[in-house]
Design a protein around this ligand. Structure first.
Ligand SMILES: C[S@@+](CC[C@H](N)C(=O)[O-])C[C@H]1O[C@@H](n2cnc3c(N)ncnc32)[C@H](O)[C@@H]1O
Length: 259
């Protein structure tokens, strides 16, 4: 039975990384044992350790850690991440020579694409320790260097030149925090892009469509075998003009600037 992505979100929205959650003791062996290395369907240049089924793997994870665990998002190439990775590989100037952050990196797919496209430095952040291990394993499999970090950076000031996020609008709380971070990044002069296949909490304001793809996905996770997926850029918002005494010009709603 298909498992809608939102059903996998029950523990993935915590604001801080909870160090008290029990951990899988040998994450690298666990990842290798429960996945196979295969090309990402829409980004075949990149090989990832992927699983075919989410719920059984989630149960395996909780059994191995002897306690509750987040869903194994890291074992799949999500539609949003595949779209951003495709866009980055096809438009390397976006990241070449720049400091790049893959926000909520999962498998590290987007981070690997950024490294392959010539980024000066790539950081991938995750709140799931198994994902951090998967990013390291997947980076090695693709021969690239990525700094994989266990952290929730969403309440901090962005410092990278380019922020990339794949499939992060599937829960209300997470979507709000992600968008706030991406907006702060754009306001500070960074490029901020997010890939999304139409998840429930995708915000539309301040977003500019930069690419649309038909992305093959794991049918057991989604309600379809292919998802139309958009890469959005969060636009830098220009300051609102001050009110000017009721003239027609006061109808202006503020504007956006190409980053
Ligand atoms: C649907 S997966 C997408 C993974 C990857 N970007 C992709 O597109 O394949 C969402 C990921 O967000 C991570 N996540 C959720 N909240 C987070 C936060 N506050 N900071 C970092 N990662 C977070 C989850 O652990 C999960 O791996």
């Amino acid at each position: 039975m298909p498992v809608p992505a939102h059903r996998l979100s029950r523990t993935a929205v915590s604001k801080t990384v909870n160090n008290k959650i029990p951990r899988v003791t040998d994450p690298e062996s666990f990842i290798r044992k429960h996945t196979r290395l295969a090309p990402a369907p829409f980004v075949p240049e990149i090989h990832l350790h992927q699983a075919d089924e989410a719920i059984a793997l989630w149960e395996e994870t909780e059994g191995e850690a002897a306690g509750p665990q987040p869903p194994p998002f890291w074992a799949f190439a999500w539609a949003g991440g595949q779209a951003v990775a495709r866009y980055v590989l096809d438009n390397p100037d976006l990241v070449a020579g720049r400091r790049v952050l893959d926000l909520a990196a999962g498998s590290g797919l987007v981070a690997i694409a950024a490294a392959q496209a010539g980024a000066a430095h790539v950081t991938a952040v995750e709140i799931d320790p198994l994902a951090v291990a998967a990013i390291a394993v997947n980076a090695a499999a693709n021969g690239v260097t990525i700094t994989a970090t266990l952290a929730d950076v969403l309440d901090t000031a962005p410092t990278d030149d380019v922020i990339l996020a794949g499939d992060v609008f599937y829960s209300r709380e997470m979507a709000g925090r992600m968008l706030a971070y991406l907006r702060r990044a754009a306001a500070g002069g960074a490029r901020a892009l997010a890939g999304d296949p139409g998840r429930a909490y995708l915000p539309k304001a301040d977003l500019r469509e930069v690419a649309v793809y038909e992305v093959p996905v794991v049918a057991a996770l989604e309600d379809a075998a292919v998802k139309r997926t958009t890469v959005w850029e969060v636009m830098r918002r220009l300051p609102q003009p001050p009110p000017s005494g009721g003239s027609a010009a006061t109808g202006a709603t503020g504007g956006y600037r190409e980053a």
